[in-house]
Design a protein around this ligand. Structure first.
Ligand SMILES: [Zn+2]
Ligand SMILES: [Zn+2]
Length: 354
């Protein structure tokens, strides 16, 4: 039986989903089903029970790089993000299916907002079921995020509130980290925030480790190519000065402060653990003592595109050596390991404002 979480909002497993999609006389009668399982296809559900057939009619299909997917998301363009379809007898249920495995490495974060919006829409007109396979980790993560956003609860409060309803609710540790990040970003997914950028780099590092091709989607625009590198649309109002890092030899801009991925000096392997840091400026005072700067991958870093594990980074204008990259990490002189690392040696650059 699905658990009632809030008015018109239920949480359950695959059996609850089958009931919601096949029994029109069930109570409650579900109008919306959010499926967060390994495959978006309805066959994932029908395969669970021999002879089961559920009619569907596709309404919308979203792949990354298109509508609803931010350009800096940590997934290759063309990745299926979600399917919306009418399903069940008479096609009376609106189903949104998000393909997500229950592993700590999975990117939950990029799915959160569309899922919460779907739940919000559904609750306006009927009863919503959020389900995964076991009703333990994935669906619980979405419900927790929903309670966080709609009731401005911290992760801990939202999780506690859900556990009062279902003791078995237990998002995996990777999802908990991402939910914490969602809280720290103010209950939204802000792809321009330093927190998101570190998350994205971590996901890219995992993709590299799993042997996936790292395409150009991962590279941020070259700040040396745009004349007003701040992308300030309203330059009259935002006359702010941004820190820029220039090649010491030829003065070409190679990075701006937004590209810097902060690390916690002296923290060893856990430097990418976003749990430990609150959002704020991308680098702290202490980090200024470090001899290296770590940045996100940028379009001028052409050797990275060849797929090598590590290599040198040179100025694309004058060829001067600027630093190194290494997908398995580089240790800063402060002791922290940054993984993956795109490192600029500070003595090779000049800092100025633009
Ligand atoms: Zn140069
Ligand atoms: Zn350091």
């Amino acid at each position: 039986m699905p658990h009632l979480v809030r008015e018109r909002l239920y949480f359950g497993d695959i059996k609850d989903a089958i009931a919601a999609l096949t029994e029109s006389s069930s109570t409650p009668a579900f109008t919306h089903v959010l499926s967060v399982v390994s495959s978006a296809s309805i066959s994932f559900i029908t395969d669970c029970r021999p002879g089961l057939a559920i009619p569907t009619e596709e309404v919308r299909r979203v792949v990354s790089g298109e509508e609803g997917a931010p350009p800096t998301a940590a997934v290759p363009p063309g990745t299926l993000m979600r399917v919306v379809e009418r399903a069940g007898d008479g096609l009376r249920v609106m189903r949104m299916a998000v393909p997500l495995r229950d592993t700590e490495e999975e990117n939950l974060l990029d799915h959160i907002e569309p899922c919460l919006d779907f739940v919000d829409e559904g609750r306006k007109v009927g009863n919503v079921l959020v389900h995964c396979f076991a009703g333990v980790s994935r669906s619980a993560s979405i419900i927790v995020a929903y309670l966080m956003r709609s009731e401005q609860k911290s992760l801990e409060e939202a999780l506690e509130s859900l556990k009062e309803i279902s003791e078995s609710a237990c998002p995996n540790d990777g999802f908990l980290d991402q939910l914490k990040l969602f809280e720290e970003m103010g209950f939204k997914v802000d792809t321009s925030s330093p927190l998101y950028k570190r998350f994205r780099l971590k996901i890219l590092g995992q993709s590299y480790k799993f042997g996936e091709k790292i395409g150009s989607y991962m590279f941020e625009d070259d700040p040396g190519l745009s004349p007003q590198s701040g992308s300030c649309q309203d330059s009259s109002k935002t006359e702010q000065h941004k820190t820029a890092y220039r090649c010491r030899k030829c003065r070409r801009i190679i990075a701006v402060e937004d590209n810097v991925i902060s690390h916690v000096p002296g923290e060893g392997e856990s430097c990418f653990d976003w749990n430990r840091r609150k959002s704020g400026r991308p680098y702290s005072n202490k980090e200024q003592d470090c001899s290296s700067l770590f940045v996100e991958p940028l379009k001028w870093m052409t050797p990275v595109e060849d797929g090598a594990l590590e290599g040198k980074l040179s100025c694309i204008h004058c060829g001067a050596r600027l630093g190194y990259f290494n997908w398995s990490g580089i240790q800063c002189n402060c002791g922290s390991w940054v993984t993956p690392a795109f490192q600029i040696v500070k003595s090779k650059v000049d800092i100025s404002t633009i």
